[in-house]
Design a protein around this ligand. Structure first.
Ligand code: NAI
Ligand code: MG
Length: 360
């Protein structure tokens, strides 16, 4: 098959890590008989330098017309960059929000996976972690309190600020469907996280999720209150397969879950909408401190490309092959600086990409 992939290298380490992900995709194409056609476009600071804005209409149109988007990261050195002191809507990060919104990407998937080889980086005890840790946080991305009405006002001489948390049933249903679809490809267990003992929006959430669950009889659904979930992630993270939750809870819980896995250089993500065309990017930023030095860990981006294979193209076998190659490289003792430990072999960005591609 032919797949058209929009590639957005972005800023800082973005171009270096995206190049390695493309190297791995090309190897997958060779082995499995696919061809990935790349259209490279500018976003973030790179786009500001050329077009004066972080995302042009044309770039958004290219992204929407393609089968999928692979993104590095955008942004400069906060405080010191030439893109810092400009209007908010013209800053690099505005491009990121605009493309997510423009593509209607309401579902953010963040896997938290601890490789056995990196167990030393996990802050939890061996008896809690056992042979590893593998879960996914499915976070609603375009609704809830981050997108609700807000205001700051003075009432009777007292300052008052308001943020409104609201969801309609359609917003809940579409993210729930995504979570169950993903659970079907995993261990078939969904834990929906809410605060239904207090919030009306959570009561509606719980009701709609239960309705959606009827269409997925193979998937086991349970509900958990968010405060309990925060505790359970540390007490017994292995009980989780897919966490389904609203925007703000997902923001907080996915950071908590990610901490269990060691380095930010290992964490992939996918943002999906109503179509198969998704946006795949590492969870980290543009790391200006190490840009251009062949120091960045490309694994988060390579694993994001694996998610693209799985979720946008339904190429499960190919995605498995990428994940297995990453695991093999770690088993063989290769590490970038961020995951380096004693007795291991330290390699740069380019070599890490090549080592993974070789193992496919
Ligand atoms: P960052 O994630 O870029 O870096 C944080 C720390 O982690 C740095 O010490 C960096 O060297 C290290 N790091 C990050 N990725 C790494 C990798 N692949 N391998 C090895 N080490 C890695 O976050 P920071 O410094 O807060 O932000 C830098 C810029 O990135 C800012 O302009 C920020 O706005 C932007 N940013 C962009 C995101 C995106 O494009 N999705 C997400 C987060 C931040
Ligand atoms: Mg966050």
């Amino acid at each position: 098959m032919n797949y058209n992939v929009t590639v957005i290298p972005g800023d800082g380490i973005g171009p270096e890590i995206v190049r390695e992900a493309q190297k791995v995709l090309d190897k997958i194409g060779e082995k499995f008989g696919h061809s990935f056609n790349y259209t490279e476009v500018l976003m973030g600071g790179a786009s500001i330098d050329v077009h004066g804005v972080p995302l042009t209409d044309e770039t958004l149109a290219v992204a929407k017309a393609s089968d999928s988007v692979l993104l590095g990261a955008v942004g400069g050195d906060v405080g010191n960059s030439k893109w810092y002191d400009i209007a908010p809507e013209l800053r690099p990060e505005a491009g990121l929000l605009a493309i997510r919104k423009g593509m209607g990407l309401f579902a953010n998937i963040r896997p938290a996976y601890l490789y056995e080889e990196l167990k030393d980086a996990c802050p939890l005890k061996d008896e809690i972690i056992g042979d590893g840790f593998d879960m996914v946080v499915m976070r609603e991305l375009t609704g809830g309190i981050y997108f609700g009405e807000r205001k700051t006002e003075e009432v009777d001489g007292v300052m008052k600020a308001t943020d409104i948390l609201s969801y309609d049933e359609n917003e809940i249903r579409r993210i729930a469907v995504k979570a169950f679809e993903i659970a079907m490809k995993r261990d078939k267990r969904v834990i929906s996280v809410d605060k239904a003992n207090v919030l009306d929006s959570s009561r509606l959430w719980r009701k709609v999720v239960a309705e959606v669950a009827k269409d997925y009889p193979e998937v086991q659904l349970s509900n958990m209150l968010v405060d309990n979930c925060a505790m359970q992630l540390v007490r017994d993270p292995k009980q989780f397969d897919v966490i389904l939750t609203e925007n703000m809870f997902g923001d907080i819980l996915s950071d908590e879950a990610s901490m269990v896995t060691g380095s930010i250089g290992m964490l992939s993500s996918a943002s999906l909408g109503a179509t198969k065309c998704g946006l795949y990017e590492p969870s980290h930023g543009s790391a200006p401190d190490i840009a251009g030095k062949d120091l960045a860990n490309p694994i988060a981006t390579i694993l994001s490309a694996a998610m693209m294979l799985r979720y946008s193209f339904d190429l499960d076998q190919e995605a498995d092959a990428v994940e297995a190659a990453v695991k093999k490289v770690l088993e063989d003792g290769y590490r970038t600086g961020d995951i380096m430990s004693q007795g291991m072999k330290q390699v740069g960005t380019i070599e890490m990409g090549s080592l993974i591609a070789e193992r496919i």
